[in-house]
Design a protein around this ligand. Structure first.
Ligand code: ADP
Ligand code: MG
Length: 242
């Protein structure tokens, strides 16, 4: 069973003559524990897909399954509950709660789920993400790279089937972007969650094992990238979007 599977997904925005199809019979699958990257020009529908997969946006047609359950069939409350357990989301803008410290931000989805936080899990993730000793810091006291690592720890906490990361390095300088990339790679090696990364940056994309290119509302090409070579990814990109 795939960690994530989209079948025949369609989504348009706007009305009448202004209506544009962003996803148009989009099919995609992500095996359990995989680390793959979705690329495409700005406006090609990457965020639209991730938002539908996270249960944050409705599809016009088609289905998305996470760990075998259809997220597109859930109502708002059930989608939020399902997401807290099965899907971890990481956004460009970090989306931390400014009034909560690092530990409370990481434990937030579990508390919203009325479950008891696991101190050992918190310690494990603080260690894995290079945040040990920072659990009582407030988000404003952290660098951008540290904030994004808190967001990744929060996404991982419940051991979700899949982590969806939408341009997680888009607001970071080059050095911080590389550190977040390296963290994603080590998480892939140490955690069971599959990771679907969206990025424009071939240097960040190179951490993944497979790349998919989105064009005209569908996956236009997919390639394994065992070389982890950014130049190879750029070459493949230009082949699709020439
Ligand atoms: N809420 C919205 N209303 C109208 N158009 C939208 C909305 N969200 C996205 N779009 C349009 O849909 C297209 C795809 O957007 P998006 O999924 O954000 O692309 P990407 O993440 O690949 O840059 C863009 O042309 C964008 O302008
Ligand atoms: Mg986007």
């Amino acid at each position: 069973m795939d960690a994530l599977k989209a079948t025949g997904l369609c989504r348009s925005y706007g009305k009448g003559d202004l209506r544009t199809k962003v996803l148009d019979g989009f099919n995609f699958s992500l095996p359990p524990g995989a680390f793959e990257v979705l690329m495409g020009p700005s406006g090609s529908g990457k965020s639209t897909f991730l938002h539908i997969a996270a249960g944050l946006l409705a599809a016009d047609a088609g289905a998305v399954e996470v760990g075998g359950a259809d997220v597109t069939a859930l109502g708002d409350g059930a989608a939020a509950r399902f997401r807290r357990r099965h899907v971890g989301v990481v956004f460009q803008a970090f989306n931390l709660v400014d009034t909560l410290d690092v530990a409370a931000n990481i434990e937030l989805p579990v508390r919203l789920d009325r479950r008891i936080p696991d101190a050992a899990r918190l310690d494990e993730l603080l260690g894995k993400l290079g945040l040990a000793g920072k659990e009582r810091r407030m988000p404003q006291e952290l660098s951008g790279g540290e904030r994004q690592r808190v967001a990744i720890a929060r996404a991982l906490y419940a051991r979700p089937d899949v982590i969806l990361a939408d341009e997680p390095t888009g607001n970071l300088d080059v050095a911080s972007a590389k550190s977040v990339r390296d963290m994603l790679r080590s998480i892939h090696e140490g955690e069971k969650s599959a990771i679907l990364l969206v990025t424009h940056d071939p240097v960040v994309a190179a951490a993944a094992n497979r790349v998919h290119f989105l064009k005209d509302g569908r996956i236009a090409a997919s390639h394994d990238i065992p070389s982890h070579d950014p130049a190879e990814i750029s070459r493949l990109y230009l082949e699709v979007y020439k």
